[in-house]
Structures are given as C-alpha cells and as structure tokens.
Design a binder for this molecule. Structure first.
Ligand code: CU
Length: 462
C-alpha cells in the first residue's frame, strides 16, 4: 500500500493544486446594509446595518461601516447559527450571539476602527468580516467608496471557502480515463494516498468530485463519478487527534456533499445534504472542518446528497478514511506490520462486483514476504453482504467500524455488511498466491463461468 500510494503522490499533488479553486469573498463589497429605522435615535447609531443569515451564509459577507455603527444579524435560515467574533473557529471574546434560532437577531456596536472577523460556531464554512473605518458614524454617509481599505489585513489568510460562491461553471463532460482532468491515462492498481498541507495546525486536504471514464477491467470502460479521478477516491490517512480541513469542489452536474462515515464529527460537519448543510452546487466549493477523535482504524467518506445518493454512490463517490495510531503509523505498531492494504468491496450497478473499483483479473495482486504481518483495512461500500474468504491462512478480525473488538476473533471468512468496515490482521506464513474473494459464487463468476469480480490475491514469497 505504502509504496503504491507514494508512487502516485506527485501526480496527485498536481491534481490537488489544479483542484484548488478557491471562492473569495469580495473585499470591496459595497455597503448594502439596510437602514434600520427601528434603531435608537442616538447619533452613534445613525448608521445601522443588517446582515442577513440565509442559506448558510452571511449576506453581505464583508461589511464596511463607520465606527460607532450598530450591526444587526438576523437569522433567516431554518437552522440555528451563531455570530461569534474570531477566526479559524477560535472565538476572540469580543462578541458572541450564542445560539441564534430562526428569526432571532443579534446586534453589536463597533466603536473602534479595525477589521473584525466572525464565524458561525456550528458551520465553519460560514465566515464574515466587518471593516470599521475611522470615520464617525454620526458624520459618515453611505458612500464608502473613498474609504481607506488598508484595514483589510488578514483577508488572504482567512478561510475564504464561502459556501455559496461559484468558482467555476459546472461541467458535465467526462474527463479521460481515471484521471479527472490531467489527461494522463491511468489505471489505478491500488488506492492512492491523498496528500495534505499543514495550515494553522490543520491538515488540509482537497477533493474534487467529477465525471471521469473508469476502466473496471480491460474491455469494460464506464462513466464514473469520482473523487480526484479515482474509484474509490484516494485514501485519506490521518493520525488520531488530528485537526483536518477537507476542501471539496463539485464539478459534477448536480449537487453533492461528503459524509464522514463512522467519524462522529459535529453535526454541521456531517455532510448530509438537506439536513446538516445544503447540497454543494455544481461549481461550488465547501470545506469540512473537524477533529479526528475516532480510534485508529478504518472509516469511509462518501457522498450523501439530498437527492440521488444511491446514484452517486453507484457512480463511485466514496473512499477510505484511515486513522492511524497517534504519533506513529501502522507499520510501527507492536509487533509491527510489514504490509498494509486497503480493500473496498462494491456491487454497484455501474461497475459490477469490484474490489477497489476493479474486477478480476484487473484487481491488484497484493505482495507479502513469508513471515510478514499483514494489516487489511476492509470496507464494504456496496448494497449487499459479501463474505470475504482468505485462502491458505486464517486472519484475526481486530476492529469493526474502526473500533477494536473486545478480543480478536480468528476466522477465514468475514461476512461484510454494507457500510461496515473491518480491520484484519494475519501472518503470511507460507508462500503462495492466496486468493481473497467473496464467497458468493455469482459475485466471482461471469456469465461464461470465468472467474471475475470480487477476487484478489496475496502473493506471498520467500
Ligand atoms: Cu459478494
């Protein structure tokens, strides 16, 4: 896994850079707050402005006002938000509306010039800025075009993933085979590791959902909807306790979201379209932010839009999310793993019976040396149970759904259920080409009786 994963790293880095299309709030946003006639007659509140909270955004996102102006936020969304001063989800204590239910308002009077950032404590994509000029509110007029914009510091470094900002027109053309957009033909022989950048203590990942051509096996090329051009999407690997941001760009012809299956994130980060967030529209970008609290093990990310969830999963919008022991990796865990593989089994209508998006004989051969301890992260993202059987060796089932079992269970077949993950551990104790396959015959045999579908093998050598 490691070797294969890193081999594709440079390629993926390029993908990520290309995919990093960032929505920006307009620094020069005009002063379009509405006059609040109900405000007090105090001169200092001559100019009062309202920021509407609608569709998971502050409107306007950037407000330019004179000192002494009172800003009132009104929540017109159907879910609660907050107006909390600070940035990067860190309150600075200046103001905090706390829970602002539908229809409620919150007001704050800005007395000092400066640039003030705020955010919603429930929805990290929601950020806003108030730029306060040195002009007195009592003498200022509404024309801010001549004001000094030098107080605009920090804008570039902010989280600018404005959820409702369109960054590109939706494209429904299909990119070349398994590549997303680079044009480089590629048949994935294993999952690839998604690179990240460290920013302010966060591991920042980028995923782009896009139609691509995908070759399930030679002669079977189908349209896929893939993350970063790969089915499954690239493996996200983090340490327990990591703070992560995952920037998702939607280049699909319809809305989508990503759900972090099994990771127990805050509600606003759950990625359920129409429930915890609006669908990310075509051309838009959305950022998920959470701390990985789950124990080391195997989890999933997959699309979870308001509509068409089955279609989107059938088309390939899923990937593995692996949590490693903090400060180490699996291969350093006592008594040590020499080989680590992630296998995603699926039975989608689009690809048929597959392991890692591929059908035997296109599935990867998994090398090991005699005596190696092998760790397998096994995910069933399909709609059926698949009893996965290992030849030649017994394995221990150590985790289910990422969490350790009270005691490892020794078996040679694990009946995997849809949406369930398993971590298997075994010692490759004799050489051979040992099949690992679904034991439902129809899932490993084509109409002519040839072996195909959910079959792979461990190639154990001396
Ligand atoms: Cu099966």
């Amino acid at each position: 896994m490691k070797k294969l994963a890193y081999r594709a790293l440079s390629c993926l880095t390029i993908f990520s850079l290309i995919g990093l299309t960032v929505g920006c709030q307009t620094p020069g946003a005009t002063n379009n707050g509405t006059q609040n006639t109900a405000a007090s007659s105090s001169p200092s509140q001559k100019n009062a402005f309202t920021v509407d909270i609608t569709n998971f955004a502050y409107n306007p996102g950037t407000l330019h006002i004179a000192k002494g102006t009172t800003v009132t936020w009104r929540n017109d969304d159907s879910v609660a938000h907050t107006v909390t001063s600070g940035s990067n989800q860190q309150p600075d204590g200046m103001f905090d509306s706390k829970n602002l239910a539908t229809g409620q308002t919150f007001s704050y009077t800005f007395q000092k010039p400066g640039t003030y950032h705020y955010f919603c404590a429930y929805h990290p994509n929601m950020t806003g800025t108030v730029v306060v000029s040195n002009t007195s509110a009592a003498s200022s007029n509404d024309n801010m075009s001549g004001m000094n914009m030098s107080g605009n510091d920090g804008m570039a470094g902010m989280n600018m993933m404005s959820s409702q900002r369109s960054t590109s027109s939706g494209k429904d053309n299909i990119a070349p085979l398994g590549t997303g957009w680079s044009g480089e033909p590629k048949q994935a022989d294993d999952l690839r590791l998604l690179p990240y950048k460290m920013e302010n203590g966060y591991k920042v990942f980028h995923l782009t959902a896009q139609p691509v051509w995908w070759q399930v096996k030679p002669g079977q090329k189908v349209e896929a909807w893939a993350y970063n051009g790969s089915v499954p999407g690239p493996e996200i690997k983090v340490d327990q306790g990591d703070k992560v941001k995952i920037v998702v760009e939607n280049k699909l012809p319809e809305g989508t979201t990503i759900h972090w299956h099994g990771l127990d994130v805050p509600f606003a980060q759950d990625g359920t379209g129409g429930i915890s967030q609006p669908d990310i529209k075509p051309g838009q970008t959305w950022t998920y932010t959470f701390t990985v609290t789950a124990p080391p093990g195997t989890y999933i990310y997959h699309s979870h839009p308001m509509n068409d969830m089955q279609k989107q999963e059938d088309m390939g919008l899923f990937g593995p999310f692996i949590v490693e022991p903090k400060g180490t990796d699996w291969q350093q865990v006592h008594p040590g793993y020499q080989d680590e593989y992630t296998l995603v089994v699926n039975d989608s209508s689009q690809f048929g019976y597959t392991i890692n998006g591929l059908s035997f004989p296109a599935t990867p051969v998994l090398p090991a040396k005699v005596g190696d301890k092998v760790l397998v992260h096994l995910i069933n993202i399909g709609s059926m149970n698949h009893p996965m059987h290992l030849h030649g060796m017994h394995f221990q089932l150590i985790n289910q759904d990422g969490y350790p079992l009270p005691a490892p269970v020794t078996m040679d077949t694990v009946d995997t259920a849809p949406g369930t993950t398993y971590d298997l551990s075994f010692v490759a104790d004799q050489p051979g080409k040992w099949l690992f396959h679904c034991h439902i015959a129809a899932h490993v045999t084509d109409s002519k009786g040839n072996m195909t579908g959910m079959v792979t093998m461990f190639d154990v050598k001396n």
